[in-house]
Design a protein around this ligand. Structure first.
Ligand code: ADP
Ligand code: MG
Length: 223
């Protein structure tokens, strides 16, 4: 089982690279993912920014549901998985197939961490995401829930979600840390300055690009 899924993962990404940027609300994912794409393009890499939940029918439905405190976490999990199938096969995979680098602002790790923590069954969340390959590189931007929430204070009320509560974010962060301990994600300290965080993300990404033969190490400039 493990071998087959690993092969599937390698084959499906043989040309491109999928970079997942993850973290709790307010970690700096959107800021960092967009900066990364801009920089990759500047150094000549064919890069794309994309985010979850998507702006498709299912993604929009999810965005509406997770604003309500009482939406069912199990239903959320199923919808996130369905939205991701559309996202991966409709948007991500075709770009990887052409050798592109896709930077995803949230991906399957968000489901494992959020819906895993909130349904209490991360294995089930993994099962319903079985059609989704893991990313080539998954980066967890780690901030304390206190810092995440403070950063979000400026965000519009209409964009707030049911997850923006201290106890919930603590549980979610723990799930992310488990994924890091299992070797599925690399952790970056998100409480440093935007530029310092970006520099670490660029290093991890370029290492992966050099390893996959997409760029040569001496062609990279950091800023
Ligand atoms: N390293 C950082 N230090 C201080 N503020 C940051 C940092 N990264 C992001 N921010 C700010 O925090 C807020 C949330 O960032 P954002 O990228 O939207 O987070 P996320 O997408 O993870 O929810 C924004 O106002 C952003 O400018
Ligand atoms: Mg964001």
């Amino acid at each position: 089982m493990v071998k087959a899924s690993l092969l599937f993962q390698l084959l499906s990404q043989i040309h491109g690279l999928l970079v997942a940027i993850e973290g709790i609300d307010g970690a700096g994912k959107t800021t960092q993912a967009k900066m990364l794409v801009k920089w990759l393009r500047k150094i000549g890499v064919n890069a794309y920014y994309t985010s979850e939940p998507t702006n498709g029918i299912l993604g929009k439905l999810i965005k509406k549901l997770i604003r309500k405190k009482d939406s069912d976490h199990r239903i959320d999990a199923l919808l996130f998985a369905a939205d991701r199938i559309e996202h991966y096969y409709g948007y991500i995979e075709p770009r990887l197939g052409k050798g592109g680098v896709v930077v995803a602002d949230r991906y399957v790790y968000s489901s494992i961490a959020y819906q895993g923590a909130l349904t209490g069954d991360a294995d089930w969340v993994r099962t319903i995401n079985k059609w989704i390959p893991m990313a080539g590189v998954a980066i967890f931007i780690d901030v304390s829930p206190e810092v995440g929430l403070t950063r979000l204070k400026r965000r519009k009320l209409s964009k707030r979600t049911k997850y923006e509560r201290l106890e919930m974010l603590r549980k979610i962060r723990e799930e992310y840390l488990k994924l890091c301990r299992d070797g599925l994600m690399l952790v970056v300290d998100g409480e440093r300055s935007v530029l310092e965080v970006q520099e670490n993300i660029r290093k991890i990404t370029t290492d992966a690009l050099v390893r996959s033969g997409k760029i040569e190490s001496d062609t990279i400039r950091w800023r």
